[in-house]
Design a protein around this ligand. Structure first.
Ligand code: NAG
Ligand code: NAG
Ligand code: NAG
Ligand code: NAG
Ligand code: NAG
Ligand code: NAG
Length: 487
């Protein structure tokens, strides 16, 4: 056990950061105050914003960006533009209201027409604007929705509002769920004074082949920096006419950006969720990047069994509130005393195997889902492995039960064994010895968002002194020369 040698956990990072910074200025007081007041850590918005204030550039006067004194990007710098429809908003708004924070997030839902006056506009929804008429534009896509013209123009209409201090225009659908703190964390890595187009692809190869590998899928959401938006709005209406046969609004945007010469910067936390079936495998093997968005959640099974999708997202929000950056982050480790492998997707699920499965295998998504358009078993733009029908080749699965903060910088998440009714469990004694454990408890330190600006490395974990019912796992930064290597 080497739990006291946590080379890259949050505390040592902060000690280093504080030392570095106090050499430049007297900002160490700020760090002290971040951690001296417990209640400040509960609110992750505050946590993220304050931690994100640490940027060496800010304290380096000879290196100030674009002349002004540099301020780290925060939530107020993002203007959201959500594509909505006045007739369906009432059914769709629940996804948006999960992440929208009145008075904190800025932006609008753009509607096709004024909503009926009979009901007041909900104050939990973003305020709405009615899009300009688009009937003057050419449109020649058969069996498509003309509304894609209107949605493509949201970025232009948002820009033309001329609001102050906007660094990023973030577009999403009415069924996009954003993880706002993580979105800020991701965008803060980039210089908003340059021209950036940031988002993600589809998970289904067939979709990328049909639409494009070079575009940010609109439902997963994408971000356009201010200087890029400024160039885009000049040419967008012309593009809309020129690409009149295109299917989606996102394709029109990408076609236009390609004329400006700006490629997509892919960020792995944007999820279009172009899959059918059970998204479990996808979420249980998330890449090493903050979770930024989900889309299409009405088209897949609930992410937690036995709950509807909205309740599932609220459940995932419990650990997310405690440690946004760590949510769904993957760690794998072995217990050589019992020849077990454990695969953690923090805040969501644990898989236990009574055998030593390679790290490479564990990083592949279990194929619990099918492709979006044709419902096939493959291909995807991520590595997958089959979910065996033989229960003796499947992991024993646990789902998040509860999440709490322990002390100032630690969390404890508890996962409960899932019984897949109707599917026999494996009768072998090695499986029975795993199944005897009803819970897995995972402890970890709150992840410093700065970690996502460094060279990526999966965090390490260890399994230790389990009591009768509970397997205990500790996640921590890896030590030098540490690897998940079978004997
Ligand atoms: C400040 O920026 C300059 C120019 O980029 C660099 O040479 C110098 O090392 C930086 N100083 C610190 C303390 O980071
Ligand atoms: C940043 O640089 C500009 C000139 O490039 C200078 O006018 C300004 O005062 C600098 N800001 C700070 C905070 O040093
Ligand atoms: C965000 O940054 C701006 C500077 O651009 C600052 O005025 C504002 O107070 C910051 N907001 C938060 C919530 O930290
Ligand atoms: C673990 O596996 C190794 C071979 O991979 C074997 O030699 C050892 O006996 C096993 N230990 C247990 C406790 O099953
Ligand atoms: C596991 O976590 C639960 C809280 O969810 C706690 O009550 C229990 O004592 C923990 N068990 C162990 C062995 O740490
Ligand atoms: C049992 O597992 C198989 C393979 O994943 C799945 O197709 C089937 O639906 C499961 N049965 C039940 C009742 O859940």
């Amino acid at each position: 056990m080497s739990s006291h040698r946590e080379t890259s956990d949050i505390f040592s990072l902060f000690v280093k950061a504080t030392l570095l910074v106090s050499a430049v200025g007297s900002i160490s007081l700020l760090f002290y105050s971040v951690f001296s007041n417990e209640s400040q850590l509960i609110s992750c918005l505050e946590y993220c914003d304050r931690v994100l204030l640490f940027d060496p550039r800010k304290f380096n006067k000879s290196n100030n960006i674009s002349g002004d004194s540099y301020q780290e990007t925060n939530i107020s710098h993002i203007l959201f533009g959500i594509g909505g429809n006045s007739k369906t908003w009432n059914q769709r708004r629940h996804y948006c209201e999960l992440w929208w924070k009145p008075e904190i997030t800025r932006g609008y839902v753009w509607l096709d027409e004024k909503p009926p006056e009979t009901e007041p506009w909900p104050n939990t929804s973003p305020p709405y604007k009615v899009s300009e008429d688009t009937s003057r534009f050419k449109y020649s896509c058969r069996q498509c929705y003309r509304s894609s013209l209107r949605i493509a123009r949201i970025v232009k209409e948002s820009f033309e509002l001329g609001l102050d201090n906007v660094r990023w225009f973030v577009m999403g659908d009415d069924d996009t769920v954003f993880f706002v703190e993580n979105l800020v964390m991701v965008l803060a890595k980039y210089d908003h004074n340059q021209m950036y187009y940031i988002g993600g692809n589809s998970e289904s190869v067939e979709q990328n082949v049909l639409h494009s590998y070079s575009m940010a899928y609109g439902g997963g959401g994408f971000a356009i920096s201010y200087p890029l938006a400024k160039e885009l709005v000049r040419v967008l209406d012309g593009c809309i006419n020129r690409y009149s046969w295109f299917y989606g609004s996102d394709e029109r945007i990408q076609a236009c950006l390609s004329e400006i010469g700006i490629p997509l910067t892919k960020e792995l936390g944007f999820h279009q969720v172009d899959i059918r079936g059970n998204p479990y495998g996808l979420l249980a093997a998330h890449p090493l990047a903050p979770l930024v968005s989900f889309h299409h959640l009405d088209y897949v099974k609930s992410i937690f069994p036995g709950m509807n999708q909205i309740d599932s997202l609220q459940k995932l929000n419990e650990p997310y509130r405690l440690d946004p950056g760590r949510t769904l982050q993957h760690s794998v480790c072995y217990d050589f005393n019992r020849n077990w492998s454990v695969s953690v997707s923090w805040g969501y699920t644990i898989q236990l195997y009574p055998s030593l499965v390679t790290a490479m295998q564990l990083a592949m998504a279990l194929r619990t889902f099918q492709t979006w358009r044709t419902g096939n078993n493959e291909p995807f733009t991520l590595n997958t492995r089959p979910m065996s029908h033989d229960p003796c080749e499947r992991p024993v699965v646990y789902f998040l039960d509860r999440a709490e903060r322990v002390g100032r910088i630690q969390t404890l998440t508890t996962y409960k064994r899932h019984v897949d009714e109707g599917n026999a469990s494996c009768g072998r004694s090695d499986y029975a010895s795993v199944q005897a454990f009803l819970f897995v408890n995972v402890t970890s330190s709150i992840l410093n968002p700065e970690i996502f600006k460094m060279a990526p490395r999966r965090q390490c974990c260890e399994i230790f002194n389990s009591d009768k019912e509970v397997v205990q796992v500790k996640i921590r930064g890896c030590n030098q020369f540490e690897s998940v290597t079978p004997p």
